[in-house]
Design a binder for this molecule. Sequence first.
Ligand SMILES: [Zn+2]
Length: 277
Amino acid sequence: MNISKIPSFVHIYGKGSVKNLNLDILASNIRDRLPGTGIDIREDIFSYLLSFTHEEEKRREIVDSLASRLAGIRVLDPAKKGLNPDPIYGEIDYERRKILNHSSSSIGVFYDGFELERILYSIIPGEEQNLNHLHMIFTNQLFATWDEDDQRYHTRVAIYGYPSVISITGIVEAPAKPKEYYLAKQFYGRDQLSLTRIKKGIRGRFIEYNDERMTGVMKGYMMQSIFYHLKGSPFCGDSSCRLFNAHWQEEVIKAQLGGEYEYCEAHRRIFEEIKSK
Ligand SMILES: [Zn+2]
C-alpha cells in the first residue's frame, strides 16, 4: 500500500458538542493503529474557526455568511434535487443560533451531505488543507445524499472525503431498523403507546439517541474515514469487520459490536504493515 498517504496529523472535531461520544477513547484507538501520527481533539469546527477571530464585527460577518450558506443547502423535500437557494430570514437565523450554540442538534432539518462537506472544507485553516492532515468532523447534524437510482435523498451516517463528516444522529436515523419496527408503525400508526411497547420489545437491536454503545459503534466509522484517506476505499465486504458498509441497524451492531473480531484478516494485516513502518 502507498504509505505516503499515512497522515501526519489527525484532527478530531466535536468536543463539547457531541455529548454522548467519548472522543478520548476514539483518539487513543487511532493512536494504537497509527503510532506515528499526531492526534488532537478540537471543539466543533465552527467554534474552532471562530477561535481565531477576536474582533466582534468580523466574528459576526463569519457567522452570518456561514448561516446563510448552511440555510442554502437544506434539503426541503427529499424527493427533489433542488436545495434552498433563497433561504428566508428565519432559516438563516436558525442556523446562526445553531452555530453559536454548537451542542444543539436539528431534528427534522437536514443538509445535502456533499454541499456540507464543501462548506466545511472551505473553513479548514489553509495550512492544514492538504493530505498530511486528516480532518474528522463529528456532528449532531443530519445530512443526506441524492440517490440517482430512486431519485430521492437518503440520510447518511458519514461522508468520507476531505474532510470526513460523521453524524451521531445519522447513525440513529440512517440505517434501517428491524422490519418489525416498520410493520408496527404501519399497523399502529399514531398509537404511540403500542409503538413504544413494540420498540421496547426490539430494544438493543438498533442504536438510539444517547445510546451507551455510541463510542463503540463510532470506532468503526472513524476507521472507515481513515481507510478512505489511506486507500481511497473505506469499506470491507466482511460483515463482521468494522469497515463493513451497513445499511441495517442490525448490520451496524454486528459489525461494530457483535463480531468475533474487530477487523478481518486483510485489514488486520494492513494495520500490522502500518505499525512496522
Ligand atoms: Zn475488513
